[in-house]
Design a binder for this molecule. Structure first.
Ligand SMILES: *Cc1c(COP(=O)(O)O)cnc(C)c1O
Length: 389
């Protein structure tokens, strides 16, 4: 290795102009070092403008609540939808565990549904099979559906919505990886009743740790704020009639978020441009396939670029390739291990077609963040080319 800098999947990257520090300094100077204040309101306004701007000609009036994590947003989405002990919630199996864990926090049971091979997201037909079977087996329909936009790839959300509408089940979209992704010109996360955003350290933008819940209207935003700040009733003393949470984003973190919003379009453009570099680089490598949008009306943010490796054509398998990349100073990672294969969810019902398990056994995530330079991309592509047997 010429230098000893590791090329990482998606490292946090602050604006060149130092906007983040400016907002944080302002918070210190005005003593707003608390979980409310001008940065939180400003960041929420930025997020509302961002999601409502990609509206496909409709008037979108989504409201956003900034929270301490994307996981908290999934949880409060379920609280808003009235998910209770004994309920079932349908989750995409091919995801990060944070999509499903809050179902268990609510005392409900996740029911996992596998993916279709085009987007790697929830299979709408299998979703309908699962709903029918749950109604037949339990006499009740699932309380909510959580589709995911894995790696920023839009799902077939209109087909999923159609099934959901037929059975009148609300949708909570996990758009944690899809900040800036659009489906038919509309922002992912704005189709269902609620949508989840994440600003963890490795996501499209970061607040060092944080998330947000996209809400349908002012009333839902108010209710979410109430639950996120310990469910305090309006009394001079502390009166509680509901279980609350300490889930609000701090004014310091929101300052980072406001700074990140000044460069988010550049970040997304970098990830999308990486698709063209990888596509061209892998053109003549047999057995390596880059995962790209299966439809031209889908605009992924390409948060993480992913490949599948065919060992018969490529000569080695995805895990041997991962080790070779690692030795060359390049971070890569196997795809998410499906929830229906996780020991912790052993007893959860699952509707499986083999798609996610197969992807888990042949896929890798490759670096794509704003810190990855053109030379880095060339090194990654060359390392993969030379690894072929
Ligand atoms: C990151 C992520 C979350 C959780 O977000 P945090 O901010 O890390 O709590 C939820 N779902 C998916 C699919 C994610 O990738």
């Amino acid at each position: 290795m010429a230098n000893n800098r590791r090329i990482l999947l998606c490292l946090a990257h602050m604006s060149e102009a130092g906007e983040e520090m400016k907002f944080i300094k302002e918070a210190f100077d005005t003593n707003w070092v608390v979980p409310l204040g001008p940065n939180v309101n400003g960041f929420e306004k930025d997020l509302e403008d961002f999601v409502n701007r990609n509206n496909c000609g409709k008037t979108l009036n989504k409201r956003v609540v900034a929270l301490s994590a994307g996981t908290a947003a999934v949880h409060l989405g379920l609280v808003n939808l009235g998910v209770q002990p004994g309920d079932e919630v349908i989750c995409q199996s091919f995801t990060f565990s944070a999509s499903a864990n809050p179902v268990v926090y609510q005392g409900a049971t996740p029911v996992f549904v596998d993916s279709e091979p085009g987007t790697w997201n929830m299979d709408p037909n299998l979703l309908e099979d699962a709903i029918k079977d749950r109604i037949a087996k339990t006499g009740r329909k699932p309380k909510a559906i959580i589709p995911v936009y894995l790696y920023g790839m839009p799902a077939y959300i209109d087909k999923i919505m159609e099934v959901a509408r037929r059975y009148e089940i609300p949708i909570l979209e996990d758009a944690a990886e899809a900040f800036g992704s659009c489906y038919r010109g509309q922002a992912c996360g704005t189709f269902g009743a609620y949508g989840v955003m994440s600003f963890n350290g490795n996501k499209m933008i970061t607040t060092s740790g944080g998330g947000a819940l996209i809400c349908p209207d002012d009333e839902a935003k108010k209710r979410t704020l109430f639950y996120a700040t310990q469910a305090r009733e309006p009394f001079p003393y502390y009166q509680h009639e509901h279980i609350g949470y300490n889930y609000r984003m701090s004014n310091i973190c929101a300052g980072i978020g406001r700074g990140q919003m000044t460069i988010v379009d550049d970040h997304i453009a970098h990830h999308v441009r990486a698709r063209d570099i990888y596509l061209k680089g892998f053109e003549d490598i047999d057995g390596i396939e880059l995962h790209v949008a299966p439809e031209d009306y889908m605009e992924p943010n390409y948060w993480l670029h992913t490949i599948t490796v065919d060992p018969d054509k490529f000569g080695i398998d995805y895990d041997q390739l991962r080790i070779i990349l690692d030795q060359a100073g390049i971070e890569s990672r196997p795809l998410w291990k499906p929830m229906h294969m996780q020991p912790v969810f052993r007893s959860a019902p699952a509707y499986v077609n083999g798609v996610s398990e197969k992807l888990f056994n042949c896929g890798l995530c490759l670096p794509s963040g704003p810190m990855v330079t053109d030379e880095d991309f060339a090194l990654i592509i060359n390392t993969i080319k030379n690894a072929a047997k």
